[in-house]
Design a protein around this ligand. Structure first.
Ligand code: C2O
Ligand code: CU
Ligand code: CU
Length: 495
């Protein structure tokens, strides 16, 4: 199962101008936004999540080979209730080992769906998940080491909503009416209109970026919303692309939740950055009835090779520094809202825990092994099994535990990166961000997180209260999936 591709890096693969040869095919945008089906998962039996192969016509007349849970691409929206057990049978009907990782959930390591829990085609994995998490928007995806980027790209991902029956949710919350999931992904299509994933050396270094925008599996779709307050649950499920979301008319909106759940109060803004795997819930006021588009600008990942994968206003590949916004999806406004609040509350029922002072500090440096850039001339700098990324000088090794973290103790984790910006993710808990890019941040504006963009020195306060044994440890890693697969990952026990 170990991927050995990186051993064969040569000067020739380095020279392949993959980013220059891609062409976006004329897309057919504007179709209605698909709304994922809801699967309520409780303690009863019979909830099956089957990973399967499929085909989907993202562009008419061109069927792409895809993967999905219970469907051809992506999966149902799983709804779990805090305080109840969620029993689910994950069935593998694909051709390869898969997992189902509950990204952001606080469950013990043996239920987490990390790389050690990969299971083969024909098998079923039946975790009983104790749902012990505030109301939040999470997600699930496959997490097989060396295959995560490919499997998620082809469709093995979906959204999770956790509901808390004991908390009042004062925000719009009629799913599919004034509360919508928006799973945002960039994808490439070949000349015949089929979705393609062919990362070259540059893509492995920078992370793979596509030239077309998909939301819930449809190219630049349209959603008709009521003329009222609407909640949008944004998930950046892209392999590597960061977004600076805004509306094309510059309108203000409010962020009400981040990765781990509600913020203490809505935050007014005109733009929102989301790195891979981050979530944000926003509330948008559509009472003026004007149609708008959700757009983004390119965000450079910095580093030695610049931004790459530029788009222009048409969503096509641009030629470099063009920084015009590109379209993600559009909104039409229908009749006046019949349900939901007319105004936003001044404060929200969030429970930001007091993590107290840290009892110890740990340092993490996210490395790109630069020797690999030289076409293998400096093979000693390529990590274990040819992996080209690492943390603290080591590429991920499934067989060795990097850290043993005591349960229930607050720690300060200091994260730095050489050359590029990376979204750093930790399994098994949510954390508070103390500083980002060397600057102090207000936790009330950021909330509880499980991914933080490391763009300069970053510090987080973290505490674990779920156990992870050495057979099924928790991961910390870069959520640029090509980086994760290339070894920018570590693993730890909690006990
Ligand atoms: Cu989104 Cu280690 O996962
Ligand atoms: Cu995760
Ligand atoms: Cu990275």
């Amino acid at each position: 199962m170990k991927r050995r591709r990186f051993l064969t890096l040569t000067a020739a693969t380095l020279a392949t101008p993959a980013l220059l040869t891609r062409r976006a095919v004329a897309a057919e945008p504007g179709a209605p936004l698909p709304i994922p089906q809801v699967m309520e998962v409780g303690p009863g039996a019979g909830n099956t999540l089957t990973a399967m192969k499929g085909t989907r016509e993202f562009m008419s007349g061109a069927a792409s080979d895809t993967l999905g849970y219970e469907q051809d691409y992506l999966g149902p929206l799983l709804r779990f209730q805090r305080g109840r057990t969620a029993n689910i049978d994950v069935v593998n009907r694909t051709d390869d080992p898969i997992t189902a990782h509950w990204h952001g959930m606080h469950v013990p390591g043996h239920l987490d769906g990390g790389p050690q829990l990969a299971f083969d085609p024909g098998r079923t994995w039946s975790p009983e998940l104790p749902v012990d998490h505030p109301a939040a928007t999470l997600w699930y995806h496959s997490h097989v080491h060396g295959r995560t980027a490919d499997q998620v790209y082809r469709g093995l991902a979906g959204m999770i909503i956790i509901d808390d029956p004991d908390a009042v949710d004062p925000l719009p919350r009629d799913y599919g009416t004034n509360d919508f999931p928006l799973i945002v992904q960039d994808r490439n299509f070949d000349r015949s209109g089929r979705m393609s994933y062919d990362p070259g050396m540059m893509d492995r270094m920078q992370g793979f970026r596509g030239t077309e925008m998909l939301v819930n599996g449809a190219i630049r779709p349209t959603l008709t919303v009521p003329a009222g307050l609407v909640r949008l649950r944004l998930l950046n499920a892209s392999n590597a692309r960061m977004y600076d979301f805004s509306f094309n008319d510059g309108r203000q909106f409010h962020q009400v939740a981040s990765d781990g759940g509600l913020l203490p109060a809505p935050i007014a803004m005109n733009g929102l950055r989301l790195a891979p795997a981050e979530r944000a819930e926003i509330v948008v006021n559509f009472t003026d009835r004007s149609a708008v588009r959700l757009v983004s600008r390119n965000v450079s990942s910095g580093g030695m090779m610049g931004g790459g994968g530029m788009m222009n206003g048409g969503g096509k590949m641009g030629s470099g520094s063009d920084d015009a916004p590109f379209e993600i999806m559009s909104f039409d406004v229908g009749d006046a809202a019949e349900t939901g609040p007319a105004t936003l509350p001044a404060s929200l029922p969030s429970d930001l825990p007091d993590l107290g002072a840290p009892v110890r500090t740990r340092d993490f440096t996210l490395n790109v092994h630069t020797g690999s850039m030289m076409g293998g001339m400096f093979n000693n700098l390529i990590g274990r099994d040819g992996q080209i990324m690492g943390i603290n000088g080591e590429s991920y090794d499934m067989g060795s535990i990097d850290l043993a973290v005591p349960m229930g103790e607050t720690e300060l984790w200091r994260i730095n990166a050489d050359m590029m910006v990376h979204p750093f993710h930790v399994h098994g808990t949510s954390f508070q961000v103390v500083t980002m890019g060397g600057r102090a941040v207000d936790p009330a504006r950021i909330g509880m997180k499980d991914v933080v963009l490391v763009d300069g020195p970053t510090e987080i306060l973290v505490r674990f209260d779920k156990r992870a044994e050495k057979e099924t440890p928790f991961m910390y890693h870069c959520h640029i999936l090509e980086h994760e697969d290339a070894g920018m990952m570590g693993q730890f026990t909690v006990g």
